[in-house]
Design a protein. Structure first.
Length: 282
C-alpha cells in the first residue's frame, strides 16, 4: 500500500514539473516573439521611407538661414533665391508644398534628426562633417570662403596671411568658422552670415568670412553694404543638400537636379539670381 502511494506521489510530482517547464518555455517563447516584434518595429524607424513620410504629410520642410542669393526675403514674407526656388520646384514635383524654417546653423543635424525639418538647403558646404552626418546630394554649386573687410582696407588686407591679427565675425558651425579655427585666427561666432556683415559694418569686428556667392550679392557698389568689399579666398568648396542619415530623398533630389539641368530650368533659375557661373553640371 505504501509503495502504491509513493508511486502516485512521484507521478504527480513529474506532472507538475512538466507543467512548470511548459510554462517557462511558453514565457520564453512569448518574450522571444515580443523581442522579435520590437526588433522588426525598430527597423521601420529608419529614414529609408522619407519620401513616403514627406508625401504623406504634404510638406517638405526646408531648413535655411537668411542667405542672399540662395534663401532670402525681399519686401514680403515669401522666401526667394536660387535654393528657395529650386526647393519649391522640387516639392511641386513630389506633389507637396515647400515650407521654409529659419534654423540655428550650428544645430542643423539636430533639427534634421528631430524631424523639425526635412532637409538643409541653404548653400551648405559638403564638408566631411556634413557628409558623415547626413544623406547628401551631389554637388550643384561651386563656392569659396572669402574675407570681408572695409573698402578702405582692401589693399592692406589682400591676403589671408595679412589678416592673421584681425578679429573676425563668422557664422557658428559654418565652413568659414572651420577655416578660421584651422588657422588659429581670432573670431566671434554669430548666428548668421548676415550678422557677420553687420559686425564689420558697425566696426565691432575687423573682418568677416562668408560664402563668395553671398559676398557677390551683398557687398560693394549697389548693395546694402557699399563700404565693404571681399578680398582673399580661404578655400574652394561645393554646395549640396542634406537629408536625414539613411534617407532616400537625396537620390530623389539628384534625379530632379539631373532633369532640371538637362531641360534648362536649373540654369534659368541660376541666371535669375546671378549664380550661373557657379553652377555644376548634373
Amino acid at each position: 500500500m505504501k509503495k502504491r502511494v509513493l508511486a502516485m506521489m512521484l507521478s504527480l510530482a513529474m506532472c507538475f514539473s512538466m507543467t512548470a517547464c511548459g510554462s517557462t518555455n511558453n514565457a520564453d517563447n512569448t518574450t522571444s516573439d515580443k523581442a522579435s516584434s520590437e526588433s522588426k518595429g525598430s527597423s521601420k524607424s529608419d529614414n529609408s521611407s522619407d519620401l513616403a513620410y514627406i508625401q504623406d504629410k504634404g510638406t517638405l520642410i526646408v531648413g535655411i538661414t537668411d542667405f542672399e542669393p540662395m534663401d532670402y526675403q525681399k519686401g514680403s514674407d515669401e522666401w526667394i533665391g536660387f535654393d528657395a526656388d529650386m526647393a519649391k520646384a522640387f516639392a511641386k514635383s513630389l506633389g507637396v508644398k515647400a515650407e521654409f524654417v529659419e534654423i540655428d546653423w550650428d544645430n542643423k543635424v539636430l533639427e534634421l534628426d528631430a524631424k523639425s525639418i526635412d532637409c538643409v538647403w541653404n548653400g551648405m558646404t559638403l564638408t566631411d562633417e556634413v557628409t558623415s552626418s547626413m544623406a547628401c546630394t551631389n554637388a550643384y554649386c561651386n563656392n569659396a570662403q572669402v574675407a570681408i573687410v572695409k573698402e578702405a582696407d582692401k589693399d592692406k588686407y589682400s591676403t589671408v596671411e595679412s589678416m592673421k591679427d584681425l578679429n573676425f565675425a563668422v557664422e557658428a558651425g559654418s565652413a568659414g568658422e572651420k577655416e578660421l579655427s584651422k588657422l588659429g585666427y581670432n573670431y566671434t561666432s554669430v548666428k548668421a552670415q548676415a550678422d557677420a556683415l553687420m559686425e564689420v559694418s558697425a566696426g565691432t569686428s575687423d573682418a568677416a568670412v562668408i560664402d563668395s556667392l553671398m559676398a557677390a550679392a551683398m557687398v560693394g557698389e549697389g548693395t546694402g553694404y557699399e563700404k565693404l568689399t571681399y578680398t582673399a579666398s580661404f578655400n574652394s568648396e561645393e554646395y549640396g543638400v542634406g537629408f536625414r542619415k539613411g534617407s532616400d530623398m537625396a537620390e530623389k533630389l539628384n534625379d530632379f537636379f539631373a532633369e532640371s539641368y538637362k531641360d534648362g530650368s536649373m540654369k534659368k533659375t541660376a541666371e535669375k539670381y546671378g549664380v550661373q557661373a557657379a553652377l555644376i553640371e548634373q
